[in-house]
Design a protein. Structure first.
Length: 144
């Protein structure tokens, strides 16, 4: 499945760790939608600006795969909202600086161990609140 011009779903779900252990790494429709958002908003514009391929070493991770690779329990990789990337011929820290300079709508850019760049998109808050005045002060309550 093509996500954007230069990125396919395969690149984000292929996991050597999962393959070796015979563990499935299957994203839900919501995860795929998030991966598409990650590509559309960050990776594809980055790819176009660089004019060079971007190699994805880790994209989506199921809970099992994430714990096998020692990922954070709240990792954005669990929701298809992050990718670990490299650009051949470019130092990872330079790639990170390029992303920042482009002002792409990322949530986090992490230079990881000097070996790759972790980039994520923000998780929508979808928070529902009610504002009321209480003694002249605005108070926000959860829900409507
Ligand atoms: Zn990562």
């Amino acid at each position: 499945m093509q996500l954007t011009e230069h990125f396919t779903l395969d690149e984000f779900v292929t996991s050597q760790t999962a393959a070796r252990a015979g563990v499935p790494n299957i994203p839900t429709d919501a995860d795929i939608a998030a991966l598409k958002e990650l590509c559309t908003n960050v990776l594809e514009p980055l790819r176009q600006a660089l004019g060079k391929p971007i190699v994805v070493s880790s994209g989506y991770r199921s809970q099992t795969v994430n714990s096998m690779v020692g990922g954070s329990k709240t990792s954005d990789h669990l929701y298809g909202r992050a990718a670990d990337i490299n650009c051949p011929g470019m130092a990872p820290v330079e790639l990170a600086k390029f992303i920042i300079k482009m002002n792409l709508p990322f949530d986090q850019v992490i230079s990881e161990y000097g070996n790759w760049v972790h980039v994520s998109i923000p998780t929508p808050k979808r928070e529902v609140l009610t504002a009321i005045k209480n003694g002249g002060q605005t108070v926000y309550m959860k829900g409507l």
